[in-house]
Design a protein around this ligand. Sequence first.
Ligand code: SAH
Length: 266
Amino acid sequence: MEADKTLHNKPLQPIAIVAAMQEELGALLALMPDEHRTRVAGRDFWVGHLHGHPVVAALSRIGKVAAATTATVLLERFGVRAIVFTGVAGGLGEGVEVGDVVVATRLMQHDLDASPIFPRFEVPLTGHARFATDTAMSDGLAEVVNGLLSNPVLLLGQPAVQAFGLQAPKLHRGLIASGDRFVSTMAESAALRRDVPDALAVEMEGAAVAQVCHDYKIPFAAVRTISDRADDKAHADFKEFVAAVASRYSLAIVDGWFASLPAAAE
Ligand code: SAH
């Protein structure tokens, strides 16, 4: 497969793991015993290894511009050969519930509108409104997620499963919408569902990173755990979820995915 070849093309170049917030990545950093931290553009970049693979982990901070800056630094300064975004998102699609996981096939910016000069949502001069993720990376992540979700107690512990009602979390694959807004009212999420009916989840960074990776022709994948339903309860649900379990999901998914990659050539 073409994309798979791209990922394994330059095994000594690192793969980047990006999250927006410390809570989403914290536990993973503990798995990188040799990591050392570098600061660029006011952000922390942890350079090290996971399962023998060179990695750079970074916190983008929140929003599309912050994410695009982080992706550009990762590509230009650290020479990463692929980027994986991990974190939480609001569920939009029917049946996309708190504790479920979405592996993106495509990402779009729901707040981009240069109409009537360009069609609504289209990124001017690219001819695209939606940016595809790398199929091989996404398939690999989905496989890991499926395995993890089959045993939520092992993944999260009984108390969290009980507290958040995560007895049967599901994997979804499809469109993720990104925009510079924390969607936290029923009215807003209903409008989004109307405008982008096939969006499974909404967050604030993914489509920006997808666009940067598209420009650089670098494979990209995004995996988001649903922390809230982007409705009137979103703020409270989000805070509790992020504090209690978001990090566990990211840790297990990213760790499992690196463990599944063929060994890096020395
Ligand atoms: N009000 C929050 C702001 C965090 S922004 C706070 O008190 O900290 C939410 C972060 O989680 C972003 O990085 C975004 O990508 C993701 N996210 C989770 N739920 C979301 C939602 N309903 N709408 C938009 N982004 C969401």
